[in-house]
Design a protein around this ligand. Structure first.
Ligand SMILES: *[C@@H]1O[C@H](CO)[C@@H](O)[C@H](O)[C@H]1NC(C)=O
Ligand SMILES: *[C@@H]1O[C@H](CO)[C@@H](O)[C@H](O)[C@H]1NC(C)=O
Length: 478
């Protein structure tokens, strides 16, 4: 057999295979090409280990599943694979048996011990035995590489909280539904987390009182990203007063809830660039006005680049309130030079707002909102004037559906637009080389998957995305 020895620089090979991060099938085949390919592909394949068993009734099958995960964890813990592991995600339905009976707990601890380069750890199980995480958290205590940690109440009960709070060196910390126990320890812990740049307290933050929130302030001078979930004891004034005192804050994800007390003016978040607002459904026009006013208050005095509103339900009729026209008017006056992403989700804006937005915010790159039919017609005619708009997702409220030919026509009319969704139709354009030239082709994409998790913040998301994928190897098949 003729052996061709092509010497392709290993570093480049790693970069090329990194592009296949999400494609574990191709990566595992690449691993069979040669030793160099094997080494480079394993780096990518093993960089992310996910342990997330699906739900099953407690029968003997559970043991099988534990064994299966056990074998896979062991393979990731082998001396030539373990140093590649950078991200460990634990989720799903773990055994609730005492850990002495659960074969997985020992394997998991051995694995974590072997993963010496762990950079990101997530522990967000649906079902578990909390003893499982105690030795694991102690193991993470002295890791110099560990930068990102996401945990939920499974790691913040009275037993685990003191151990968790010994971990230092973090850059990003997310406490999902923080418990009272961890909140008490948090000021002290934050005092030792001197490299912390992002603090996310998400989901149920009911135990956070105004006093507790203020007790964190002395330690958050370097924080650039902050998230806060739902706490009914924190009023708008408490929240904005707190946020105004974070001098480096650039990215915020906040939960809005309806409040009726008129609020006072507090110091603005002058460095805020990105705002994500989670809010509850509202169809009363007065309440929609309140949400819009709240957003206006949050961005006042900032150089906002990205605004995203998230909610599950909207009034999807063309007679829905157009409260967010006021936001567009404000953006066009105050933020037209900086605004790049506007995601109003299902909130309806008027035809005149589309025209105002596109005339003034010329740097807009992404635009999501709901429009009525005249608004959509105007959008179509203005798209060619938008030099940077590469992504648009629109809900058109009017028993309307777009054909892929229409989508093709709209995208061909623009220099920048690459992704366009209208109601259920999702399309993407790309260049193909063909015969003697290249051709721009628009293709229809699969439907949205409804269980995609909300990203924390653009930065948190990108730091997670850096990590290559081994999900297909360790994640449970449905
Ligand atoms: C987090 O922890 C709680 C325990 O309080 C658990 O019931 C919940 O399902 C966990 N999972 C996630 C993903 O939040
Ligand atoms: C902010 O960062 C500086 C240098 O990186 C550090 O010395 C200081 O302690 C940090 N401040 C806080 C409040 O963590």
């Amino acid at each position: 057999m003729l052996v061709v020895n092509v010497s392709f620089p290993y570093d480049l090979l790693c970069m090329v295979l990194n592009i296949l991060i999400e494609d574990t099938f191709t990566l595992s085949r690449c691993a069979l090409v040669s030793w160099d390919f094997n080494r480079a592909a394993s780096r990518v394949l093993y960089s992310r280990v996910v342990l997330s068993p699906a739900f099953r009734p407690p029968t003997s099958l559970e043991v099988d599943s534990a064994q299966r995960f056990g074998t896979r964890l062991l393979s990731a813990s082998l001396p030539h694979n373990a140093p590649h592991v950078q991200t460990l995600r634990i989720g799903g339905y773990l055994s609730t048996c005492p850990t002495t009976w659960d074969p997985l707990s020992e394997t998991l601890l051995t694995a974590v011990h072997a993963f010496s380069n762990l950079h990101t750890v997530e522990i967000l199980p649906e079902m578990y035995n909390s003893e499982l995480f105690t030795p694991l958290l102690s193991e993470l205590k002295d890791r110099t590489c560990l930068a990102n940690l996401r945990v939920n109440s499974s790691c913040t009960d009275d037993g685990n909280a003191p151990i968790l709070a010994k971990i230092v060196g973090l850059r990003t910390l997310e406490l999902k539904s923080p418990s009272r126990a961890i909140l008490q320890l948090l000021p002290d812990w934050l005092g030792r987390l001197t490299s912390l740049k992002e603090l996310h307290m998400t989901s149920n933050c009911g135990s956070v009182t105004p006093w507790v929130l203020r007790s964190f302030l002395p330690f958050l001078g370097n924080i650039t990203a902050f998230s806060f979930g739902l706490s009914y004891s924190i009023t708008n004034d408490d929240l904005f007063d707190f946020l105004g005192q974070l001098p480096c804050l650039e990215i915020a994800q906040l939960q809005h809830y309806l409040q009726f007390k008129p609020s006072e003016i507090s110091s603005p978040m002058t460095r805020l660039r990105s705002l994500t607002v989670l809010h509850h459904p509202a169809d009363d026009p007065d309440n929609v006005d309140r949400i819009c006013d709240w957003v206006l208050r949050a961005i006042s005095g900032s150089h906002i680049e990205r605004i995203q509103l998230c909610c599950d339900e909207f009034d999807d009729s063309d007679s829905a309130p157009r409260s967010f026209d006021a936001l567009i008017e404000h953006l066009s006056r105050m933020h037209s030079q900086t605004l790049r992403v506007l995601d109003l989700s299902g909130w309806l804006i008027s035809e005149s707002s589309v025209s105002l937005l596109f005339e003034t915010c010329v740097r807009l790159e992404e635009f999501n909102s709901a429009l009525d039919l005249p608004g959509f017609e105007l959008f179509k005619s203005l798209v060619p004037t938008m030099k940077h708009l590469h992504t648009a997702a629109l809900q058109v409220y009017d028993a309307f559906s777009l054909t892929s030919e229409d989508a093709d026509w709209i995208m061909q009319s623009s220099h920048a637009l690459r992704r366009l969704s209208v109601n259920d139709l999702r399309t993407e354009g790309s260049w193909f080389s063909e015969g003697d030239g290249v051709r721009f082709v628009v293709q229809e994409l699969r439907a949205y998957s409804s269980n995609e998790e909300l990203p924390l913040s653009p930065r948190a998301e990108s730091s997670i995305q850096h990590a290559p994928s081994m999900d297909a190897i360790l994640e449970e098949e449905e």
